[in-house]
Design a protein around this ligand. Sequence first.
Ligand SMILES: NC(=O)c1ccc[n+]([C@@H]2O[C@H](COP(=O)([O-])OP(=O)(O)OC[C@H]3O[C@@H](n4cnc5c(N)ncnc54)[C@H](O)[C@@H]3O)[C@@H](O)[C@H]2O)c1
Length: 434
Amino acid sequence: MIKIEKPTGKLGVLLPGMGAVATTFVAGVVAIRKGIAKPVGSLTQMGTIRLGKRTEKRVPKIKEFIELAELNDLVFAGWDIFEDNMYQAALNAGVLQNDLLDKVRSDIEQIKPMKAVFDNNYVKKLHGTHTKVAKTKYDYAQMLMEDIHNFKQSNHLNRLVTIWCGSTEVFLKPDPVHETIESFEKAMKSNHPAIAPSMIYAYASLASGVPFANGAPNLTVDVPALVNFARAKNIPIAGKDFKTGQTLMKTILAPGFKARMIGLNGWFSTNILGNRDGEVLDDPDSFKTKEESKLSVLQYILQPEVYPDLYKDVFHKVRINYYPPRGDNKEGWDNIDIFGWLGYPMQIKVDFLCRDSILAAPIVLDLALFLDLAQRAGMKGIQEWLSFYFKSPMVAPELYPEHDLFIQLIKLKNTLRYLKGEELITHLGLEYYD
Ligand SMILES: NC(=O)c1ccc[n+]([C@@H]2O[C@H](COP(=O)([O-])OP(=O)(O)OC[C@H]3O[C@@H](n4cnc5c(N)ncnc54)[C@H](O)[C@@H]3O)[C@@H](O)[C@H]2O)c1
Protein backbone atom coordinates (compact mmCIF):
# COMPACT_ATOMS: atom_id res chain seq x y z
CA MET A 1 0.00 0.00 0.00
CA ILE A 2 1.20 3.49 -0.86
CA LYS A 3 1.48 5.97 1.97
CA ILE A 4 -1.07 8.74 1.47
CA GLU A 5 -0.90 11.81 3.65
CA LYS A 6 -4.19 12.76 5.25
CA PRO A 7 -6.06 15.69 3.66
CA THR A 8 -5.96 17.82 6.79
CA GLY A 9 -6.77 21.54 6.65
CA LYS A 10 -7.94 23.56 3.68
CA LEU A 11 -7.27 22.98 -0.02
CA GLY A 12 -6.95 26.12 -2.15
CA VAL A 13 -8.17 25.84 -5.75
CA LEU A 14 -6.55 28.37 -8.08
CA LEU A 15 -8.36 29.09 -11.33
CA PRO A 16 -6.61 31.08 -14.06
CA GLY A 17 -9.68 32.24 -16.04
CA MET A 18 -12.93 32.99 -14.21
CA GLY A 19 -15.34 32.42 -17.08
CA ALA A 20 -18.23 30.04 -17.69
CA VAL A 21 -16.53 26.84 -16.56
CA ALA A 22 -14.80 28.25 -13.47
CA THR A 23 -17.89 30.09 -12.22
CA THR A 24 -20.18 27.11 -12.82
CA PHE A 25 -17.74 24.97 -10.86
CA VAL A 26 -17.40 27.33 -7.89
CA ALA A 27 -21.08 28.32 -7.65
CA GLY A 28 -21.94 24.63 -8.02
CA VAL A 29 -19.66 23.49 -5.20
CA VAL A 30 -21.11 26.16 -2.91
CA ALA A 31 -24.68 25.15 -3.83
CA ILE A 32 -23.84 21.49 -3.17
CA ARG A 33 -22.30 22.36 0.19
CA LYS A 34 -25.51 24.13 1.11
CA GLY A 35 -27.56 21.09 0.11
CA ILE A 36 -29.33 23.00 -2.69
CA ALA A 37 -28.15 20.69 -5.48
CA LYS A 38 -26.45 17.36 -6.15
CA PRO A 39 -22.94 16.84 -7.61
CA VAL A 40 -24.22 15.10 -10.75
CA GLY A 41 -21.41 14.23 -13.16
CA SER A 42 -18.71 14.01 -10.49
CA LEU A 43 -17.04 10.64 -10.08
CA THR A 44 -15.37 11.67 -6.82
CA GLN A 45 -18.73 12.58 -5.26
CA MET A 46 -21.12 10.03 -6.77
CA GLY A 47 -18.95 7.21 -8.12
CA THR A 48 -18.40 3.85 -6.51
CA ILE A 49 -15.58 1.34 -6.79
CA ARG A 50 -15.87 -2.42 -6.72
CA LEU A 51 -13.31 -4.17 -4.51
CA GLY A 52 -12.37 -7.84 -4.57
CA LYS A 53 -14.60 -10.52 -6.09
CA ARG A 54 -18.14 -9.83 -7.31
CA THR A 55 -19.39 -12.21 -4.65
CA GLU A 56 -17.88 -10.06 -1.88
CA LYS A 57 -20.30 -7.21 -2.58
CA ARG A 58 -17.79 -4.58 -1.48
CA VAL A 59 -18.69 -1.46 -3.44
CA PRO A 60 -17.90 1.68 -1.43
CA LYS A 61 -18.24 5.20 -2.71
CA ILE A 62 -14.92 6.43 -4.08
CA LYS A 63 -14.85 9.29 -1.57
CA GLU A 64 -15.31 6.84 1.28
CA PHE A 65 -12.67 4.48 -0.10
CA ILE A 66 -9.81 6.91 -0.53
CA GLU A 67 -8.77 10.07 1.32
CA LEU A 68 -10.06 13.02 -0.70
CA ALA A 69 -10.44 16.62 0.45
CA GLU A 70 -13.97 17.47 1.60
CA LEU A 71 -16.00 20.00 -0.37
CA ASN A 72 -16.22 22.07 2.80
CA ASP A 73 -12.44 22.37 2.85
CA LEU A 74 -12.14 23.93 -0.61
CA VAL A 75 -11.23 27.63 -0.88
CA PHE A 76 -11.26 29.32 -4.29
CA ALA A 77 -9.28 32.05 -6.01
CA GLY A 78 -8.79 33.05 -9.62
CA TRP A 79 -7.26 35.43 -12.11
CA ASP A 80 -9.03 37.14 -14.99
CA ILE A 81 -8.54 39.99 -17.41
CA PHE A 82 -11.98 41.30 -16.43
CA GLU A 83 -12.67 42.72 -12.96
CA ASP A 84 -15.99 40.97 -12.35
CA ASN A 85 -16.21 39.03 -9.12
CA MET A 86 -17.27 35.38 -9.21
CA TYR A 87 -20.96 36.28 -8.83
CA GLN A 88 -20.98 38.87 -11.62
CA ALA A 89 -18.90 36.63 -13.84
CA ALA A 90 -21.35 33.77 -13.28
CA LEU A 91 -24.27 36.08 -14.15
CA ASN A 92 -22.49 37.17 -17.34
CA ALA A 93 -21.69 33.58 -18.29
CA GLY A 94 -25.42 32.87 -18.23
CA VAL A 95 -25.07 29.19 -17.40
CA LEU A 96 -26.74 28.99 -13.99
CA GLN A 97 -30.13 30.47 -13.24
CA ASN A 98 -30.40 33.67 -11.25
CA ASP A 99 -32.34 32.09 -8.38
CA LEU A 100 -29.57 29.57 -7.77
CA LEU A 101 -26.92 32.28 -8.02
CA ASP A 102 -28.84 34.43 -5.53
CA LYS A 103 -28.58 31.62 -2.99
CA VAL A 104 -24.79 31.45 -3.25
CA ARG A 105 -24.23 35.14 -3.92
CA SER A 106 -22.80 36.12 -0.55
CA ASP A 107 -20.25 33.28 -0.71
CA ILE A 108 -19.00 33.81 -4.23
CA GLU A 109 -19.23 37.59 -4.45
CA GLN A 110 -16.17 37.83 -2.24
CA ILE A 111 -14.04 36.01 -4.78
CA LYS A 112 -12.48 38.80 -6.80
CA PRO A 113 -10.09 38.00 -9.63
CA MET A 114 -6.44 38.74 -9.22
CA LYS A 115 -4.90 40.68 -12.11
CA ALA A 116 -4.11 38.41 -15.04
CA VAL A 117 -0.98 37.75 -17.04
CA PHE A 118 -2.34 38.31 -20.51
CA ASP A 119 -1.13 39.05 -24.01
CA ASN A 120 -3.44 39.72 -26.94
CA ASN A 121 -1.08 37.94 -29.32
CA TYR A 122 -2.19 34.65 -27.77
CA VAL A 123 -5.95 35.34 -27.40
CA LYS A 124 -6.94 37.83 -30.07
CA LYS A 125 -10.65 38.27 -29.49
CA LEU A 126 -10.60 39.42 -25.86
CA HIS A 127 -9.74 42.86 -24.57
CA GLY A 128 -9.54 43.25 -20.81
CA THR A 129 -7.69 45.73 -18.66
CA HIS A 130 -7.43 43.83 -15.37
CA THR A 131 -3.87 42.77 -16.17
CA LYS A 132 -0.45 42.90 -14.60
CA VAL A 133 2.37 45.03 -15.97
CA ALA A 134 5.96 43.78 -15.92
CA LYS A 135 9.07 43.89 -18.07
CA THR A 136 9.61 40.21 -18.73
CA LYS A 137 7.67 36.95 -18.72
CA TYR A 138 9.92 35.83 -15.90
CA ASP A 139 8.84 38.88 -13.87
CA TYR A 140 5.22 37.96 -14.54
CA ALA A 141 5.86 34.48 -13.19
CA GLN A 142 7.31 35.99 -10.00
CA MET A 143 4.18 38.14 -9.60
CA LEU A 144 1.94 35.09 -9.97
CA MET A 145 4.04 33.24 -7.40
CA GLU A 146 3.51 36.13 -5.03
CA ASP A 147 -0.28 35.90 -5.62
CA ILE A 148 -0.17 32.18 -4.88
CA HIS A 149 1.87 32.73 -1.74
CA ASN A 150 -0.46 35.48 -0.48
CA PHE A 151 -3.59 33.42 -1.14
CA LYS A 152 -2.12 30.53 0.80
CA GLN A 153 -1.00 32.68 3.74
CA SER A 154 -4.09 34.81 4.10
CA ASN A 155 -6.47 31.83 3.99
CA HIS A 156 -4.31 29.52 6.13
CA LEU A 157 -4.35 26.88 3.44
CA ASN A 158 -2.67 23.56 3.83
CA ARG A 159 -2.38 22.66 0.13
CA LEU A 160 -3.14 24.11 -3.32
CA VAL A 161 -3.98 22.98 -6.85
CA THR A 162 -4.26 25.00 -10.08
CA ILE A 163 -6.73 24.19 -12.86
CA TRP A 164 -6.39 26.28 -16.05
CA CYS A 165 -9.89 27.45 -17.00
CA GLY A 166 -8.68 30.33 -19.17
CA SER A 167 -9.39 30.86 -22.85
CA THR A 168 -7.91 28.73 -25.60
CA GLU A 169 -4.74 30.35 -26.86
CA VAL A 170 -3.47 30.42 -30.44
CA PHE A 171 -1.85 27.28 -31.80
CA LEU A 172 1.79 26.96 -30.78
CA LYS A 173 4.22 24.29 -31.91
CA PRO A 174 6.75 22.86 -29.47
CA ASP A 175 9.88 25.01 -29.70
CA PRO A 176 13.51 24.29 -28.73
CA VAL A 177 13.12 26.73 -25.79
CA HIS A 178 10.55 24.32 -24.31
CA GLU A 179 13.14 21.57 -24.00
CA THR A 180 14.76 22.23 -20.63
CA ILE A 181 13.88 24.33 -17.62
CA GLU A 182 17.07 26.35 -18.18
CA SER A 183 16.11 27.22 -21.78
CA PHE A 184 12.52 27.86 -20.66
CA GLU A 185 13.57 30.31 -17.93
CA LYS A 186 16.01 32.01 -20.28
CA ALA A 187 13.22 32.38 -22.85
CA MET A 188 10.94 33.90 -20.19
CA LYS A 189 13.64 36.43 -19.35
CA SER A 190 14.03 37.42 -23.02
CA ASN A 191 10.25 37.53 -23.69
CA HIS A 192 10.48 34.75 -26.28
CA PRO A 193 7.22 34.40 -28.29
CA ALA A 194 7.12 30.62 -27.70
CA ILE A 195 6.21 31.27 -24.05
CA ALA A 196 2.43 31.79 -23.85
CA PRO A 197 0.70 33.28 -20.79
CA SER A 198 -0.76 29.87 -19.83
CA MET A 199 2.82 28.55 -19.63
CA ILE A 200 3.74 31.36 -17.25
CA TYR A 201 0.90 30.29 -14.94
CA ALA A 202 2.00 26.65 -15.21
CA TYR A 203 5.59 27.57 -14.40
CA ALA A 204 4.54 29.77 -11.44
CA SER A 205 2.33 27.02 -10.12
CA LEU A 206 5.02 24.35 -10.33
CA ALA A 207 7.71 26.68 -8.98
CA SER A 208 5.38 27.21 -5.99
CA GLY A 209 5.06 23.43 -5.53
CA VAL A 210 1.43 23.40 -6.71
CA PRO A 211 -0.06 20.65 -8.98
CA PHE A 212 -1.37 21.93 -12.32
CA ALA A 213 -4.06 20.67 -14.69
CA ASN A 214 -4.84 22.18 -18.07
CA GLY A 215 -8.49 22.34 -19.14
CA ALA A 216 -7.76 23.95 -22.50
CA PRO A 217 -6.03 22.45 -25.55
CA ASN A 218 -3.02 24.83 -25.33
CA LEU A 219 0.43 23.27 -24.94
CA THR A 220 0.84 24.98 -21.54
CA VAL A 221 2.32 22.36 -19.20
CA ASP A 222 2.74 19.75 -21.98
CA VAL A 223 6.33 20.66 -22.86
CA PRO A 224 9.43 18.71 -21.77
CA ALA A 225 10.79 21.58 -19.68
CA LEU A 226 7.69 21.75 -17.47
CA VAL A 227 7.01 17.99 -17.42
CA ASN A 228 10.55 17.40 -16.16
CA PHE A 229 10.34 20.37 -13.80
CA ALA A 230 7.19 18.80 -12.27
CA ARG A 231 8.96 15.45 -11.91
CA ALA A 232 12.02 17.03 -10.33
CA LYS A 233 9.85 18.86 -7.83
CA ASN A 234 7.57 15.85 -7.12
CA ILE A 235 4.45 17.56 -8.41
CA PRO A 236 1.63 15.88 -10.37
CA ILE A 237 0.36 17.47 -13.60
CA ALA A 238 -2.44 16.61 -16.05
CA GLY A 239 -3.98 17.81 -19.33
CA LYS A 240 -5.15 18.72 -21.90
CA ASP A 241 -8.62 20.01 -22.77
CA PHE A 242 -11.62 18.90 -20.68
CA LYS A 243 -13.48 16.05 -22.38
CA THR A 244 -17.08 17.29 -22.62
CA GLY A 245 -19.83 17.51 -25.24
CA GLN A 246 -19.19 16.19 -28.69
CA THR A 247 -15.80 14.64 -27.99
CA LEU A 248 -17.20 12.85 -24.96
CA MET A 249 -19.83 11.32 -27.25
CA LYS A 250 -17.13 10.40 -29.77
CA THR A 251 -15.10 8.54 -27.19
CA ILE A 252 -18.23 6.68 -26.10
CA LEU A 253 -19.43 5.73 -29.61
CA ALA A 254 -16.18 5.05 -31.47
CA PRO A 255 -14.91 2.31 -29.08
CA GLY A 256 -18.31 0.64 -29.53
CA PHE A 257 -17.95 0.58 -33.32
CA LYS A 258 -14.44 -0.79 -33.06
CA ALA A 259 -15.45 -3.40 -30.49
CA ARG A 260 -18.02 -4.77 -32.99
CA MET A 261 -15.68 -4.38 -36.01
CA ILE A 262 -18.06 -1.89 -37.64
CA GLY A 263 -16.40 0.25 -40.31
CA LEU A 264 -16.41 4.02 -40.62
CA ASN A 265 -16.35 6.12 -43.78
CA GLY A 266 -16.75 9.52 -42.27
CA TRP A 267 -17.66 11.56 -39.23
CA PHE A 268 -18.85 15.10 -39.65
CA SER A 269 -19.25 17.13 -36.44
CA THR A 270 -20.58 20.64 -36.33
CA ASN A 271 -21.50 22.85 -33.40
CA ILE A 272 -23.19 26.13 -32.70
CA LEU A 273 -22.34 27.90 -29.49
CA GLY A 274 -22.52 31.48 -28.32
CA ASN A 275 -20.51 31.83 -25.15
CA ARG A 276 -17.17 33.64 -24.75
CA ASP A 277 -15.34 30.41 -25.49
CA GLY A 278 -17.20 30.27 -28.81
CA GLU A 279 -16.16 33.86 -29.51
CA VAL A 280 -12.49 33.07 -28.77
CA LEU A 281 -12.67 29.97 -30.98
CA ASP A 282 -14.02 32.14 -33.81
CA ASP A 283 -10.41 33.23 -34.25
CA PRO A 284 -8.82 30.72 -36.67
CA ASP A 285 -5.58 30.54 -34.65
CA SER A 286 -7.39 29.58 -31.43
CA PHE A 287 -9.65 27.21 -33.37
CA LYS A 288 -6.59 25.46 -34.80
CA THR A 289 -5.50 24.57 -31.25
CA LYS A 290 -8.96 23.17 -30.53
CA GLU A 291 -9.22 21.38 -33.86
CA GLU A 292 -5.96 19.49 -33.35
CA SER A 293 -7.23 18.37 -29.96
CA LYS A 294 -10.60 17.20 -31.30
CA LEU A 295 -9.33 15.47 -34.44
CA SER A 296 -6.73 13.22 -32.85
CA VAL A 297 -9.34 11.28 -30.87
CA LEU A 298 -10.72 9.06 -33.66
CA GLN A 299 -7.30 8.30 -35.09
CA TYR A 300 -6.10 6.86 -31.79
CA ILE A 301 -9.28 4.98 -30.94
CA LEU A 302 -9.84 3.39 -34.34
CA GLN A 303 -6.20 2.48 -35.13
CA PRO A 304 -6.47 2.58 -38.97
CA GLU A 305 -2.99 1.04 -39.24
CA VAL A 306 -4.25 -2.08 -37.44
CA TYR A 307 -7.69 -2.16 -39.14
CA PRO A 308 -7.14 -0.74 -42.66
CA ASP A 309 -10.27 -2.44 -44.04
CA LEU A 310 -12.44 -0.63 -41.51
CA TYR A 311 -10.79 2.72 -40.84
CA LYS A 312 -8.19 3.51 -43.52
CA ASP A 313 -10.11 6.31 -45.25
CA VAL A 314 -12.14 7.93 -42.52
CA PHE A 315 -13.12 11.49 -43.43
CA HIS A 316 -13.23 13.39 -40.14
CA LYS A 317 -14.32 17.01 -40.03
CA VAL A 318 -14.96 19.21 -36.99
CA ARG A 319 -16.53 22.66 -37.19
CA ILE A 320 -17.33 25.16 -34.46
CA ASN A 321 -19.62 28.05 -35.31
CA TYR A 322 -19.97 31.07 -33.06
CA TYR A 323 -23.69 31.80 -32.78
CA PRO A 324 -24.44 34.23 -29.91
CA PRO A 325 -28.18 33.47 -29.40
CA ARG A 326 -27.32 30.06 -27.99
CA GLY A 327 -25.02 31.26 -25.21
CA ASP A 328 -23.54 28.32 -23.33
CA ASN A 329 -26.30 25.97 -24.52
CA LYS A 330 -24.46 24.47 -27.41
CA GLU A 331 -25.96 22.24 -30.05
CA GLY A 332 -23.71 19.69 -31.66
CA TRP A 333 -24.67 17.61 -34.69
CA ASP A 334 -22.80 14.52 -35.74
CA ASN A 335 -23.36 12.69 -38.97
CA ILE A 336 -21.64 9.32 -38.80
CA ASP A 337 -21.29 7.18 -41.94
CA ILE A 338 -20.65 3.63 -40.84
CA PHE A 339 -20.66 0.33 -42.73
CA GLY A 340 -21.39 -3.23 -41.73
CA TRP A 341 -21.43 -6.83 -43.03
CA LEU A 342 -20.27 -6.99 -46.67
CA GLY A 343 -19.65 -3.25 -46.62
CA TYR A 344 -23.32 -2.16 -46.49
CA PRO A 345 -23.54 1.52 -45.48
CA MET A 346 -25.57 2.88 -42.56
CA GLN A 347 -25.85 6.28 -40.90
CA ILE A 348 -26.16 7.54 -37.36
CA LYS A 349 -27.18 11.12 -36.52
CA VAL A 350 -26.56 12.57 -33.10
CA ASP A 351 -28.12 15.87 -32.09
CA PHE A 352 -26.72 16.78 -28.69
CA LEU A 353 -28.30 19.79 -27.00
CA CYS A 354 -25.70 20.08 -24.33
CA ARG A 355 -24.57 22.60 -21.79
CA ASP A 356 -20.82 22.86 -22.04
CA SER A 357 -20.05 24.24 -18.63
CA ILE A 358 -22.50 21.92 -16.88
CA LEU A 359 -20.46 19.04 -18.30
CA ALA A 360 -17.11 20.69 -17.52
CA ALA A 361 -17.71 21.82 -13.91
CA PRO A 362 -17.67 18.33 -12.31
CA ILE A 363 -14.44 17.61 -14.22
CA VAL A 364 -12.81 20.62 -12.57
CA LEU A 365 -13.92 19.36 -9.18
CA ASP A 366 -12.67 15.81 -9.75
CA LEU A 367 -9.36 17.03 -11.11
CA ALA A 368 -8.82 19.31 -8.12
CA LEU A 369 -9.50 16.47 -5.69
CA PHE A 370 -7.59 13.78 -7.57
CA LEU A 371 -4.55 15.99 -8.24
CA ASP A 372 -4.44 16.80 -4.55
CA LEU A 373 -4.70 13.08 -3.78
CA ALA A 374 -1.86 12.37 -6.23
CA GLN A 375 0.28 14.99 -4.52
CA ARG A 376 -0.37 13.49 -1.09
CA ALA A 377 0.39 10.01 -2.45
CA GLY A 378 3.80 11.17 -3.75
CA MET A 379 2.86 10.78 -7.44
CA LYS A 380 4.76 13.11 -9.72
CA GLY A 381 4.78 14.26 -13.34
CA ILE A 382 2.10 13.26 -15.86
CA GLN A 383 -0.91 11.55 -14.27
CA GLU A 384 -2.06 9.33 -17.13
CA TRP A 385 -4.79 7.79 -14.97
CA LEU A 386 -6.60 11.14 -15.24
CA SER A 387 -6.87 10.76 -19.07
CA PHE A 388 -10.55 10.02 -18.40
CA TYR A 389 -11.13 13.77 -18.14
CA PHE A 390 -9.27 14.98 -21.23
CA LYS A 391 -9.67 15.23 -24.98
CA SER A 392 -5.88 15.13 -25.57
CA PRO A 393 -4.47 13.20 -22.63
CA MET A 394 -0.84 13.89 -21.79
CA VAL A 395 1.35 10.79 -21.95
CA ALA A 396 5.02 9.83 -21.80
CA PRO A 397 6.79 10.72 -25.09
CA GLU A 398 7.12 7.08 -26.20
CA LEU A 399 3.39 6.33 -25.73
CA TYR A 400 0.24 7.04 -27.67
CA PRO A 401 -2.65 8.41 -25.59
CA GLU A 402 -5.52 6.16 -24.52
CA HIS A 403 -8.80 7.79 -25.63
CA ASP A 404 -11.35 5.03 -25.02
CA LEU A 405 -13.49 6.33 -22.14
CA PHE A 406 -14.03 2.86 -20.70
CA ILE A 407 -10.37 1.87 -20.71
CA GLN A 408 -9.66 5.26 -19.13
CA LEU A 409 -12.18 4.53 -16.37
CA ILE A 410 -10.68 1.10 -15.67
CA LYS A 411 -7.24 2.72 -15.51
CA LEU A 412 -8.49 5.38 -13.10
CA LYS A 413 -10.20 2.93 -10.76
CA ASN A 414 -7.30 0.49 -10.85
CA THR A 415 -4.99 3.35 -9.89
CA LEU A 416 -7.17 4.02 -6.84
CA ARG A 417 -7.14 0.28 -5.96
CA TYR A 418 -3.36 0.23 -6.39
CA LEU A 419 -2.94 3.24 -4.11
CA LYS A 420 -4.97 1.52 -1.40
CA GLY A 421 -3.31 -1.90 -1.80
CA GLU A 422 -6.49 -3.54 -3.17
CA GLU A 423 -6.37 -6.25 -5.83
CA LEU A 424 -6.55 -4.85 -9.39
CA ILE A 425 -9.60 -5.92 -11.36
CA THR A 426 -8.89 -7.65 -14.67
CA HIS A 427 -12.48 -8.75 -15.42
CA LEU A 428 -11.22 -12.26 -16.18
CA GLY A 429 -13.67 -13.88 -13.79
CA LEU A 430 -12.90 -17.55 -14.62
CA GLU A 431 -12.76 -18.40 -10.93
CA TYR A 432 -16.54 -18.08 -10.64
CA TYR A 433 -16.90 -21.12 -12.95
CA ASP A 434 -14.23 -23.42 -11.48
N1 LIG B 1 -16.91 24.27 -21.39
C1 LIG B 1 -16.42 23.16 -21.83
O1 LIG B 1 -17.12 22.19 -21.96
C2 LIG B 1 -14.97 23.07 -22.17
C3 LIG B 1 -14.51 21.85 -22.61
C4 LIG B 1 -13.18 21.71 -22.93
C5 LIG B 1 -12.33 22.78 -22.77
N2 LIG B 1 -12.81 23.97 -22.35
C6 LIG B 1 -11.86 25.07 -22.25
O2 LIG B 1 -11.90 25.62 -20.98
C7 LIG B 1 -11.57 27.00 -21.08
C8 LIG B 1 -12.62 27.81 -20.35
O3 LIG B 1 -13.87 27.69 -21.01
P1 LIG B 1 -15.05 28.69 -20.68
O4 LIG B 1 -16.24 28.22 -21.39
O5 LIG B 1 -15.10 28.94 -19.23
O6 LIG B 1 -14.53 30.02 -21.41
P2 LIG B 1 -14.79 31.52 -20.98
O7 LIG B 1 -14.42 32.35 -22.17
O8 LIG B 1 -16.15 31.72 -20.40
O9 LIG B 1 -13.76 31.77 -19.79
C9 LIG B 1 -12.40 31.90 -19.99
C10 LIG B 1 -11.93 33.07 -19.13
O10 LIG B 1 -10.52 33.12 -19.18
C11 LIG B 1 -10.15 34.48 -19.14
N3 LIG B 1 -8.78 34.56 -19.60
C12 LIG B 1 -8.30 34.45 -20.85
N4 LIG B 1 -6.95 34.52 -20.84
C13 LIG B 1 -6.58 34.68 -19.56
C14 LIG B 1 -5.33 34.81 -18.91
N5 LIG B 1 -4.21 34.80 -19.60
N6 LIG B 1 -5.31 34.91 -17.56
C15 LIG B 1 -6.48 34.92 -16.84
N7 LIG B 1 -7.68 34.82 -17.42
C16 LIG B 1 -7.73 34.69 -18.76
C17 LIG B 1 -11.18 35.17 -19.99
O11 LIG B 1 -11.26 36.54 -19.73
C18 LIG B 1 -12.44 34.41 -19.60
O12 LIG B 1 -13.13 35.05 -18.54
C19 LIG B 1 -11.47 27.33 -22.56
O13 LIG B 1 -10.12 27.29 -22.96
C20 LIG B 1 -12.21 26.21 -23.19
O14 LIG B 1 -11.79 25.95 -24.53
C21 LIG B 1 -14.12 24.14 -22.03
